[in-house]
Design a protein around this ligand. Structure first.
Ligand SMILES: Nc1ncnc2c1ncn2[C@@H]1O[C@H](COP(=O)(O)OP(=O)(O)OP(=O)(O)O)[C@@H](O)[C@H]1O
Length: 627
């Protein structure tokens, strides 16, 4: 028997192939099953064009037979088979794809699922096998042949016995090593999982004898094992079925089967696009936040299939970060894959699909907000934070896309409202969109700073998440209305006091406020008359870009060496009784004024939810007032 050498470059390629092309050894099965499916497809195609051939569906299948004793795994198909010459050219030359040639010869374009194109997949078998034996009988040929190889050393081809047309591939599975447990490729359960993962939607049945157990006759305690042949792949992918035949339940089952999440999805989107880039996609908007969603461990992405064969588990490029909650899959026949099928050659098609998906998800969310408010609010409770991050990140590049999906709690409506709803309700004399920040709705409700705005009858949006104010700062305005914190020094509200009166008040108490400012040193930038307070004696407001809430968030960030400081202003309500005490202390007892100033400042901090620098001093000061 003559041993033939692989061509020199093939030898190196084979070594490379075995060791480095694939990151996971288990994909060998995907490659062999895809080849088997291609082989059946070829008979199917021949039958379409040759009147002497009929294609009886039941005769065409793939079978996997693990044998633990002999350490062999056999993959048989009833496909077109290979002649001696084909065994030689297709399996003897690496990077020679008989399938690609077949596709070209027959000018197969649309609708045909031939998967092979590079002529390398077969050799993946050597990642798990020491010896690979291929026995094949070609359609229309009376003689079968056996191709055998131990890898890089070459191969032999001899005549063989085989009754029916098709191919049997026998892998002599490697012995276990310290790093790899090859036994698992002989295990029914593992094999079934690998088939489910990569080849579930191969169009022909993939059969395997599955071990089962049943109660022994007349005994319900003892069980006997038996084997039964089962088809282990689903064959028809849900996304290739006619949409009108798919029920909501089918979509939900698919979500569960694919383990996209443990919840019930809020919405599914089924896309069948037949344009420049053809693809099918089933996308889901989950209801619940995955436990690791807001952590760096969470990986976004959609499953990516090429012709029904899984290429990538999580293709991140298909989703923008702000829609990272979307689950599902995309299947396209138009992808340019690289040899390992683990990466894409060109991302043009992918970019096109990603853009479509982004627009579709956006539109679906907008429709949900419009027509299914309750559902949208559920979604928003889980993923609203992500949308706000989306507005803020990338220097606001996506704010236009996302701004209409934002919602905040409204002081008037006592529920979440959109910015559009807010603006629509704004009275003519209201210049700004007002917001207040705090830990909870209840705390914000009691903030002294909200008094004037609320008194004017203006609606205030309550921000309770750290990202809220940052997102809004990035938006700057909505429908040309600027956002304004109720704590900012200029609220843009005409107070009852005229400007001249305000100035007079400032002047009148100039000395008192200067004195108080000195007591507080650089803790505050200024002490001044408040034109917003009604019932409260003091509050803190800010001047400039950085608000108190932002100061809190920025300083709480890890690795933040430079502490940020908001320019705080202590505002005093000159109509409050306490002010009388301040005035009289200023005239008669400066020590008392020092004490009052510090107390009032600390009170204002507490109301704001800020820590007081020296709690012991604060309680001592309180006691001083009591005695
Ligand atoms: N089970 C089979 N039945 C018939 N022909 C086969 C079978 N397996 C492989 N072949 C032939 O051998 C060729 C080489 O197979 P191989 O898996 O290396 O590459 P491919 O499937 O063409 O491309 P890819 O690397 O993209 O999978 C195939 O193109 C096909 O012509």
């Amino acid at each position: 028997m003559e041993r033939k050498q692989f061509q020199a470059e093939s030898k190196r390629l084979l070594e490379m192939m075995i060791n480095s092309i694939y990151t996971k050894k288990e994909v060998f099965l995907r490659e062999l099953l895809s080849n088997a499916s291609d082989a059946i497809d070829k008979i199917y195609y021949k039958a379409l064009t040759d009147d002497n051939l009929t294609f009886n569906k039941d005769d065409y299948y793939i079978k996997i037979v693990p044998n633990k004793e002999n350490r062999t795994l056999t993959i048989s198909d009833t496909g077109i088979g290979m002649t001696k010459e084909e065994l030689e050219t297709n399996l003897g030359t690496i990077a020679k794809s008989g399938s690609l040639a077949f596709k070209k010869e027959n000018e197969l374009k649309d609708g045909f699922d031939i998967i092979g194109q590079f002529g390398v997949g077969f050799y993946a078998a050597f990642m798990v096998a020491d010896v690979v034996t291929v026995t094949s009988k070609a359609l229309g040929s009376g003689q079968a042949y056996k191709w055998e190889s131990e890898g890089a050393d070459g191969y032999t081809i001899v005549e063989a016995e085989k009754d029916s047309v098709g191919t049997d591939i026998v892998l002599q599975i490697k012995a276990n090593t310290e790093d790899d447990n090859y036994d698992e490729y002989l295990d029914e359960w593992t094999l079934r999982n690998i088939v489910k993962k990569y080849s579930d939607f191969i169009r022909y049945p993939i059969k395997m004898d599955v071990t089962k157990s049943k109660p022994k006759d007349g005994d319900d305690k003892e069980f006997v094992e038996y084997t039964e042949e089962e088809t282990i792949n689903s064959m028809v992918p849900l996304w290739r079925k006619n949409k009108s035949e798919i029920t909501d339940e089918d979509y939900e089952n698919f979500y569960q089967e694919k383990r996209y999440g443990f919840d019930k999805p809020l919405k599914h989107i089924h896309l069948s696009v037949d344009g420049t880039v053809r693809y099918n996609a089933i996308l889901y908007i989950p209801e619940k936040t995955p436990f690791d969603y807001y952590t760096p461990e969470y990986e976004k992405g959609l499953e990516l299939y090429s012709n029904g064969v899984l290429i990538m588990n999580k293709c991140a490029d298909l989703l923008p970060d702000y829609f990272s909650f979307v689950k599902g899959m995309v299947d396209s026949e138009d992808l340019s894959l690289n040899i390992s099928r683990e990466m894409l050659q060109h991302d043009r098609q992918l970019k096109f699909i990603a853009k479509n998906i982004k627009n579709k998800v956006k539109r679906e969310l907008e429709t949900m907000l419009k027509n299914e408010r309750e559902k949208f609010e559920k979604f928003y409770a889980s993923f609203g934070r992500q949308l706000k991050f989306g507005v803020y990140s990338d220097f606001g590049a996506n704010k236009e896309t996302l701004q209409d999906l934002l919602m905040f709690y409204s002081s008037k409506e006592k529920k979440l409202v959109t910015l559009a709803e807010y603006v629509e309700r704004m009275p003519a004399d209201q210049k700004y969109i007002y917001y207040a920040t705090g830990e909870s709705y209840e705390r914000i409700e009691k903030l002294p700073q909200t008094e004037l705005v609320a008194d004017k009858g203006f609606e205030i949006l309550y921000f309770t998440e750290d990202i809220d104010e940052f997102a809004i700062k990035m938006l700057l305005n909505y429908q040309e209305k600027e956002f304004k914190s109720v704590s900012s020094s200029d609220l843009g509200i005409e107070s009852e006091n005229k400007e001249s009166e305000k100035e007079a008040a400032e002047k009148e108490y100039n000395e008192l406020f200067d004195y108080m400012k000195n007591v507080l040193g650089d803790k505050v930038k200024n002490v001044k008359v408040s034109h917003r307070l009604k019932t409260h004696p003091v509050c803190i407001s800010t001047e400039g870009e950085i608000t108190i809430e932002m100061e809190k968030v920025l300083n709480a960030m890890p690795n933040n060496n430079q502490q940020v400081k908001a320019d705080k202003v202590l505002e005093i309500n000159t109509k409050h009784e306490v002010f009388e005490s301040l005035k009289s202390a200023f005239e008669k007892d400066k020590e008392k004024l020092d004490l009052y100033t510090k107390l009032l400042y600390n009170q204002a901090l507490l109301i704001e939810g800020l820590p007081i620098e020296d709690p012991v001093e604060f309680t001592n000061d309180m006691c001083k007032v009591m005695v």
